[in-house]
Design a binder for this molecule. Structure first.
Ligand code: FPP
Length: 240
């Protein structure tokens, strides 16, 4: 059947900001600024489509290796987002979570995260997880360390419960823009049964049409979770 489907949880690797800028002879940071616009658009479109959880990869544990100017530009952009975007998200009913390693981040930034989370904690329309200084391997290690420290036996259930996305179900769909087809240390545990759609569109150009194209592709997938196709398909309705 060919129809768009609405994932309960959509995760996005927002890739291609740098190339978007370079193609226009602009500094890479201009691409990230435009990427923030695309993110605002995507949050609005996700709300309209009834997506329950949106998780985006804003800054990875590995992104510190980028040129200092780009790193500090991204930190500044996050500050702008905290000041300018959070009040609007609060009005729209979005519950924000910042996910990632807060050790080593500037104190003002961590306070900004805490305030944004506090200000939107009662919102119920959509959860927005912004992964910042996040890596899937870091997450699994911090979860294992927390279990060890509290003397809890590691099982699938206890480990999943100690991960930084324990407050939401696993993603149904991962979209990666920018043409590359890899996971890049994003949500390594949670992507076990996630459908993946890779889009050639560079993130700053990712609009409602591109989102709907990905949702259409998602709607065509048969999710089997290790079962056979026959087991996974819903039984046909019986004639009365
Ligand atoms: C990857 O594109 C993108 C990032 C590393 C940053 C993502 C940030 C945003 C979308 C803006 C929102 C930002 C904040 C801080 C809330 P790339 O630079 O790797 O692109 P390239 O592959 O074309 O070089």
């Amino acid at each position: 059947m060919t129809r768009p489907a609405v994932p309960g949880h959509l995760a996005i690797v927002m890739d291609g900001n740098g190339r978007w800028a370079t193609r226009r002879f602009l500094p890479r940071l201009a691409g990230h600024r435009q990427g923030l616009e695309a993110l605002r658009r995507c949050v609005g479109a996700s709300l309209e489509r009834g997506i329950g959880v949106l998780t985006v990869f804003a800054f990875s544990s590995e992104n510190w290796q980028r040129p200092g100017e780009e790193v500090s530009g991204l930190m500044e952009l996050l500050g702008v987002a905290l000041r300018k975007e959070v009040p609007a998200l609060r009005e729209q009913g979005v519950q924000i979570h910042f996910v990632g390693d807060r050790a080593g981040l500037a104190r003002a930034m961590v306070e900004g995260f805490e305030q944004a989370e506090l200000d939107t904690a009662d919102n119920q329309r959509m959860v927005l997880n912004v992964c910042f200084n996040y890596g899937g391997r870091w997450d699994m290690v911090q979860a294992a360390q927390r279990l060890l420290a509290s003397g809890v036996d590691p099982t699938e259930e206890t480990l999943a419960g100690a991960l930084s996305l324990a407050h939401v179900p696993d993603p149904d769909l991962l979209i990666r823009t920018g043409g590359d087809q890899r996971v890049s240390n994003f949500l390594l545990w949670q992507l076990a049964y996630t459908e993946m759609v890779f889009s050639e569109t560079l993130w700053p150009d990712f609009d409602e049409r591109a989102l709907d194209a990905a949702l259409l592709e998602f709607g065509q997938r048969e999710r089997r979770f290790g079962r056979t196709a026959e087991q996974a398909r819903p039984a046909p309705a019986r004639a009365a």
